[in-house]
Design a protein around this ligand. Sequence first.
Ligand code: G3P
Length: 225
Amino acid sequence: MKLFIDDANLEAIKEINEYYPVDGVTTNPSILAKAKRDPRETLKAIREIIGEDKIIFAQAVDLSFEGMIKDAHMIVELLGKNTVVKLPSTPTGFKAMMALKKEGITTCGTVVYTPMQAYLAAKAGASYVAPYVNRIDNMGYDGVRVVQQIQDILDNNAMDCEVLAASFKNSQQVLELAEYGVGNATCAADVIKGFVKNLAIDGAIQDFVDDFKALTGRTSMSDLD
Ligand code: G3P
């Protein structure tokens, strides 16, 4: 499972990109709004941090077909290769996915709450579909199960489309999808930092250092005489 940062906080992206094995960054208009600056500047800054080989996702905002196409062109021109344009998984979005596929622009069907939306977006030529795990949970359904169902639909129909599971609030939701073999997950910076935030781990590591120091008086192998 590939792992993406679902955030536009540049400091957090810098840190996570350096310390964690991530594959890129995903954004949406609400995430960009939190950065409180021109969204083009934020997206360019994210591209500079992650480099041109990692993937960046940016969403078309206009809700008309013509506007989605224009937004898609602008996003790809701004961010270069390895850019994926997110489009809502609605009839207008499906039309835009079909048109952009013909142009060779990679798209992601987003705002996916139901397997049917994902199936149609994949059929329309989206390379990714993004179901919202936690938001589905909050509606009283099982978000993880919905994502598994979408993965099955894509696999069983040999569709050329990957799941990009989004909207996570905890590690368990992510792990259940990794266990199932879901293609991609994207998580906010604070969720990623929570993956290995655990007093038992910190304590065990400190014990190793303390035991070594008791033996040698040193806290690193390279300091030994
Ligand atoms: O892009 C979709 C995803 O970011 C939604 O996450 O946390 O707003 O439910 P959230």
